[in-house]
Design a protein. Sequence first.
Length: 294
Amino acid sequence: RLMSTSVDRIKNVCVVGAGQMGIGIGLVAARVAKLNVQFIDSSPAQLTKGLEFLDKLLVKDVAKGRYTEQVRDEVKSRITTATSISQMSSADFVIEAVSENADLKRKIFAELSNQLPPSTILATNTSSISITKIASAAKLPEKVIGMHFMNPVPVMKLVEIIPGLQTSEETLSTTLALAQKMGKTTTMSQDVPGFIANRLLMPYINEAVIALQEGIATKEDIDTTMKLGTNNPMGPLTLADFIGLDTCLAIMKVLHTELGDTKYRPAVLLQKYVDAGWLGVKSGRGIYDYSAKM
């Protein structure tokens, strides 16, 4: 069930969305799986920023002796860009990595369906939205699957694979094989809100924000307790800042709405930080202040 010769036909991968996640996914596809990668983003500025970030990662890896300048040049030669789905070259496999917005994702999947041959598999990197719901916007929902990478993609070894109600066995086996070709370990989840990782992680982060909100302890003491007391590499509040408080809030809202249980209600303080534009590391301030490091 895992390996399939159909993965061998995948030569060209398209990544929709050139943010940090999309760039990481494309880099691993080009570098580890040695596939041709096209990034698509409606913002030319975001494409430029994304490619600069990718180049920075490559330069760092060469400096650390992970591979040679020649390998770096080969990776870069496999990468192209476009600013719209209508401009994209044909792809054997698409991975969508835009923001967590169900309507936007459904619109993209409808467009991709009209643009690409029926053999193309359409994967979404959503971290919480129903795969079945996204798939229903595509012409061939059996070709749609969830492929949830972890951030930062080049470092994190896991990919959660989530078949929707309509996903075919062939789509599933090809996606599992592609993830393994990209050097990742896979786990499989039912198509339920939050899947495995975020169903467990986000309520933990949310509870840490509630502890801060209620004055149970300082942010530093909450993080130190979980780091040194439970052997986590970083505390929940620092982790939330790295993920992005807006992303944490969006996922908690999906869990709360879809599951209807009050235990998933987002912390009031989390909403406040997002309203203030304090989104974490990426904005220079979140639960902690990063302005001095920017």
